[in-house]
Design a protein around this ligand. Structure first.
Ligand code: ZN
Length: 258
């Protein structure tokens, strides 16, 4: 159905442009407008190949890998991977509930000479046992920062497990059931109380940054964290990553038409 003349119609490709035109009334549609592929001169085949790579990879895709596989310049591969990563976000609507693990960590590497840590960023994570994870680059690990993120993302009354970091001890006053493990054990577990799942999410992120991305600047870190959460939250449904990416692209194009 053509949106211009409201008739069943056929559309033909307009030469040299990512545009299709109604044979009846000349109404033109631009299916890529609003999507990450808008304004890109890269072929759709390469885009879908790149999306396929991001869908199938466990730890992410580096720009070098993309450059080699789909044969584009490094600059182009870098731009494409940032655009794909930018849509790998979870809609953060419902608050998490049940048993929650929270933890902070530092992500960042040594500089080129190996002397001293640069770009070290504090990251905070909230993980629902057997459920979703959400992670945030934060300015610091003070009470105001961490507690307000918990309140925004975790339903009151939930059970929250953490390490012994002092700021979490006020969680009880905020309406949560709180318990903690001391970090001086190899296994962060005390009976049912554990932060093992969020700890292993940190290892996945750190391993993938070391292995795939080598290092990540602070500017892009939140996007890498979101990508890792996106994968974690679909970990039992590997085909879901591609389906969701394609749906996000489809919806961004459809939203423009409304
Ligand atoms: Zn028409």
């Amino acid at each position: 159905m053509c949106a211009g003349c409201s008739k069943e119609s056929s559309f033909h490709h307009v030469n040299g442009r990512m545009c299709y035109e109604c044979a009846g009334c000349g109404y033109q549609i631009y299916p890529l407008v609003g999507t990450i592929m808008e304004n890109s001169k890269t072929s759709l085949w390469k885009w879908f190949k790149a999306i396929e790579m991001f869908s199938n990879s466990k730890n992410g895709v580096s720009a070098c890998e993309l450059q080699r596989t789909i044969e584009v310049t490094y600059k182009c591969a870098w731009r494409m991977s940032n655009l794909i990563r930018s849509i790998m976000k979870n809609g953060q609507l419902a608050k998490l509930t049940g048993t929650i693990q929270v933890d902070e960590t530092y992500i960042g590497g040594k500089n080129k000479n190996g002397n001293g840590i640069v770009n070290k960023a504090c990251v905070f994570g909230i993980l629902q046992s057997n459920g979703e994870v959400r992670t945030f680059v934060v300015k610091n690990r003070d009470k105001k920062t961490l507690i307000s993120l918990i309140k925004a993302n975790v339903k009151e009354g939930s059970v929250v497990f953490s390490d012994e970091h002092g700021v979490y001890r006020t969680l009880t006053q905020e309406g949560y059931k709180h318990d903690f493990v001391a970090h001086n054990h190899y296994n962060w577990q005390k009976g049912e109380v554990t932060t093992n799942a969020i700890e292993s999410h940190w290892s996945v992120i750190k391993r993938s940054i070391r292995g795939t991305y080598v290092h990540v600047s602070r500017k892009w870190l939140q996007q890498y964290l979101d990508e890792a959460s996106f994968r974690h939250n679909r970990r039992h449904r590997s085909k879901q990553i591609r389906a969701d990416l394609l749906e996000i692209i489809h919806n961004s194009s459809a939203a423009r038409e409304e």
